[in-house]
Design a protein around this ligand. Structure first.
Ligand code: ARG
Length: 460
């Protein structure tokens, strides 16, 4: 017989039972559900809504149920629809009538809302920890490659010289914002819906501040309808995770390019590559490809939740049970991607000679050539045109700017002197880009220091 048996003359059809049930996926919130119930029961006892004896029996019983679930002694079944009813049923089987008093002044609507917030709170902390570790992996590589010159790209065309450290540290900076978004979302999430009841609060003299505090929330949510209807926190989280995955996906795309024979800037460790079942020579960047692929899946999770919510009248609607699978899927996916990505970065071999060779072709010192003339007094726009002419000449002859003789250079401008060759050296082009945020070693050192501090500050 169902909990709502009083009102019904017939058993739920077995098809409906399966359709309605969420225990297969909300079972993972058993601990949070029990934490919420422990706080609720304690408060009911303190406020005299249930007797101290019942409160004590519920407390003891819930702790036993927790141990039973964790040890596998208790089974969660779809006969009990969801985690809330499973726990209540297990509790009542253990302690009898006192168990039936637990749900006084509460609804599954505020219960599920509190469970999910509690669950996501520790998932946010875990994901944050993994991002910080990935930033650690970035730092390990960046420290070693502050002087490794590589071509920086725009439009995937060689543009200006940078260091590999500078490139990696760009991802370090993106990940700082991802951490910030998660923390921000976690802060906003940290209000307690418990005590909102089904939607309209309750006539019992509950103390919502007590339960909020006991569960580590900053305060109770201020409106009971909002308390049970709000899923913004899950949407915000999925949106933050989507942005994080977008960053990892861009990084993956670059890793995939870099380890191709066309670039060969890096080589992935054997432990982080896979072979082909037919082509003996293959070494594939599957990890990076999967991270890129799984990004779409996290976006999909965000879209399904946004879409599930968009037409719902206040307050609770069963549609909202559809929130959990996308949220869990996104969280699980991100938690899988981050450590494997960090491992891939830590173990990859960087090939500085190949980066340097690529930097040597493609005229990435052309801006420096124009800047050289500008510093000698030519207006930048003219210097740009003169350099453009030199580039066209070199391209036609298969030469580089620094291979032109001084005589040839002086043919286009008398401002060229012997010192132009120093100005065109890629190492110098990079080293002189010491403007704030630039690739010069003093600036990548600053970025490294700041990232180290960020990691320290944000570690729990
Ligand atoms: N399993 C439900 C969910 O995840 C719990 C809330 C059910 N409330 C209700 N009124 N049917 O949303």
């Amino acid at each position: 017989m169902k909990l709502w048996g009083g009102r019904f003359q017939k058993e739920t059809d077995s098809l409906v039972n399966d359709f309605n049930s969420s225990i297969q996926f909300d079972g993972r919130m058993y601990k949070e559900d029990i934490m919420g119930s422990l706080a609720h029961a304690a408060m009911l006892g303190h406020r005299g809504i249930i007797s101290p004896e019942d409160a004590a029996a519920i407390d003891k019983g819930l702790r036993e149920v927790l141990a039973d679930i964790e040890s596998g002694r208790a089974e969660l079944t779809s006969d009990n629809e969801d985690i809330h009813m499973n726990v209540e049923t297990l509790l009542t089987a253990k302690i009898g009538d006192a168990g039936k008093r637990l749900h006084t002044a509460r609804s599954r609507n505020d219960q599920v809302a509190v469970d999910l917030r509690l669950y996501l709170r520790h998932e946010i902390a875990a994901i944050k920890g993994e991002i910080l570790d990935l930033q650690g992996a970035i730092l390990e590589q960046a420290r070693q490659h502050q002087n490794t010159v590589m071509p920086g790209y725009t439009h995937l065309q060689r543009a200006q010289p940078i260091s590999f450290a500078q490139h990696l540290l760009a991802y370090g900076a993106m990940l700082c914002r991802d951490v910030g978004r998660l923390e921000d979302c976690g802060r906003r999430m940290n209000e307690c819906p418990l005590g909102s009841g089904a939607l309209a609060g309750t006539t019992y003299p509950i103390d919502r501040w007590e339960t909020a505090r006991a569960l580590g929330f900053d305060r109770p949510m201020g409106n009971s309808l909002d308390g049970v209807s709000d899923r913004d926190y899950a949407i915000e989280l999925l949106s933050a995770l989507s942005t994080l995955m977008m960053h990892l996906s861009r990084f993956s795309e670059e890793i995939i390019l870099w380890c191709s024979w066309e670039f060969k800037f890096i080589e992935l460790d054997d432990g982080y590559s896979t072979g082909s079942s037919i082509m003996p020579q293959k070494k594939n960047p599957d990890v990076a490809e999967l991270v890129r692929g799984k990004t779409g899946r996290v976006y999909g999770d965000l879209m399904s939740l946004l879409t599930a919510m968009k037409g719902l009248p206040l307050a609770y609607n069963k549609d909202m049970q559809e929130d959990k699978e996308p949220v869990f899927d996104a969280v699980d996916t991100v938690k899988m991607c981050l450590p494997v990505f960090a491992g891939m970065l830590r173990t990859m071999k960087v090939l500085p000679e190949n980066m340097r060779a690529a930097a040597g072709r493609g005229f990435i010192n052309a801006t420096d050539c124009a800047d050289y003339l500008t510093k000698k007094g030519m207006p930048f726009r003219d210097a740009y045109t003169v350099t453009g002419r030199l580039v066209a000449q070199c391209a036609a002859q298969g030469r580089t700017l620094e291979e032109l003789t001084l005589v040839e250079l002086r043919e286009v401008s008398p401002l060229f002197g012997e010192d132009v060759y120093e100005a065109l050296k890629l190492e110098n082009c990079m080293a002189l880009r010491s403007s704030y945020g630039g690739p010069a070693v003093e600036e990548t050192s600053r970025q490294i220091r700041e990232l180290e501090e960020f990691i320290k500050e944000h570690q729990a």
